[in-house]
Design a protein around this ligand. Structure first.
Ligand SMILES: NC(=O)c1ccc[n+]([C@@H]2O[C@H](COP(=O)([O-])OP(=O)(O)OC[C@H]3O[C@@H](n4cnc5c(N)ncnc54)[C@H](OP(=O)(O)O)[C@@H]3O)[C@@H](O)[C@H]2O)c1
Length: 249
């Protein structure tokens, strides 16, 4: 497939590399222009483009940027882009980074907020795991025997395409219902950063409690701050995050 990615940081560039390896043709954009993406292009095999070009002649668009910045993307970004182009939303709301967003604070699912800003349906996926885990999923560095991730969206065809894509890059995709249901996989939910297998993901989605999610998120983030150090190795980082998440969320 032809895939456009807006956002070339941890998530955008990790997905770019995995999708290129899986045989897809990938374009990638950031806010500063393709001239600033030479290293990312060389490392991932994606082609650096301007934002407007990332959504042209593609079947899938991934928007992987700080959530608040979705509101500042060009208003006409999707003008002329066919309705059947799938838009993937891996973004999470982080008030420390994004500032308070009243609608989300009041309970609107984060991906509904994103979808409303873009004026397009979205499929929510990749938000519940670390970019470091995406990097190793399906490789010999992933010793878990198979991690599953939730895939939420309102269009069954779009979800089926995305579930195939996530399989290609080393995960099992679990249908997690609609975008209105997608709070079940937001930060602090039992499925967040816990990297369960498919049965574990289904069970975690089922026990999510909307009122507890933000409370547990805040408790977990305090523990991340206490236990993750600048010199924590990648393997230890993943293990510590999983352990805290499995006991707190
Ligand atoms: N890091 C993770 O493990 C992880 C896991 C799951 C979900 N997420 C979510 O994924 C999203 C991206 O996170 P990240 O860690 O990849 O962030 P990041 O490393 O800070 O990268 C952000 C990228 O977005 C680009 N960007 C920012 N504003 C933009 C705009 N208006 N137009 C185009 N590009 C823009 C930045 O480009 P410039 O430098 O040019 O501005 C940069 O390439 C966030 O919503 C985050 O919560 C992250």
């Amino acid at each position: 497939m032809n895939i456009g990615i807006i956002g070339a940081g941890a998530i955008g560039s990790t997905l770019a590399g995995k999708l290129v390896k899986a045989g897809h043709t990938v374009k990638i954009a950031n806010s500063r222009g393709p001239d600033t993406l030479g290293d990312v292009a060389a490392k991932t095999g994606a082609t650096a483009v301007a934002i407007a070009d990332a959504v042209k002649d593609v079947q899938v668009v991934v928007i992987a940027i700080p959530l608040k910045n979705v509101a500042t993307l060009p208003a006409d970004l999707f003008a002329g882009v066919p309705e059947d182009v799938i838009v993937i939303d891996p973004n999470n709301y982080d008030a420390n980074r994004d500032g308070q967003i009243a609608a989300i604070d009041a309970g609107q699912p984060q991906s509904r907020w994103v979808s409303d800003r873009l004026g397009r349906a979205v499929v929510k996926v990749f938000n519940n795991t670390l970019f470091q885990v995406i990097a190793i999923a399906g490789t010999s560095d992933d010793t878990t025997g198979g991690i599953a991730i939730p895939v939420a969206g309102d269009d069954a065809r779009q979800k089926a395409v995305v579930i195939d894509l996530v399989k290609e890059i080393g995960f099992q995709g679990v249908d997690a219902g609609s975008i209105d249901d997608s709070w079940h996989q937001q930060p602090g939910a039992p499925v967040y950063l816990t990297d369960y297998d498919a049965n574990g993901v289904r069970a975690a989605l089922a026990r999510a409690d909307k009122a507890l999610i933000p409370v547990n998120r805040d408790k977990g983030f305090v523990q991340f701050g206490q236990q993750l150090k600048a010199d924590t190795t990648q393997a230890d980082f993943i293990a510590i995050v999983r352990k805290i998440s499995r006991t707190t969320f």
